[in-house]
Design a protein around this ligand. Structure first.
Ligand code: ZN
Ligand code: ZN
Length: 113
């Protein structure tokens, strides 16, 4: 516990940030240090949380609006538009979930009619 309050043993924050952003596994020497260092562990956890938030915002910034997704599900879009959304949905976990929910909703509506 004590050795890691010694910052000389710790890796630069930028270094840890890089590892998180690159999504690469920790280099062996870093991993060995982090395994014993609560300070670096918490730094790393913070970066990972931040990275996750940035990532979900990145996804969202490229996402079609809910209205567009609704039109897509109802088959109201032109071929090109619908293709663009289909290829986005295929790689976006957020939208594929929304499409699934919308399709279920549409299905229910049709049952009522
Ligand atoms: Zn450390
Ligand atoms: Zn999306």
């Amino acid at each position: 516990m004590t050795e890691c309050t010694n910052l000389h043993n710790c890796f630069q924050n930028e270094r840890l940030m890089e590892v998180v952003l690159d999504g690469t596994p920790l280099p062996a020497n870093v991993a060995r240090h982090v395994a014993h260092c609560p300070l670096c562990q918490s730094t790393l956890a913070q970066y990972e949380e931040l990275h996750f938030k940035l990532l979900s915002r990145l996804y969202r910034s490229q996402c079609p609006s809910s209205l567009q997704l609704g039109f897509f599900c109802a088959g109201l879009l032109s071929g090109a538009e619908s293709e663009a959304i289909a290829s986005h949905v295929a790689q976006c976990p957020l939208c594929s979930l929304e499409v699934l929910q919308t399709q279920e909703f549409l299905h229910d509506v049709e049952q009522i009619r």
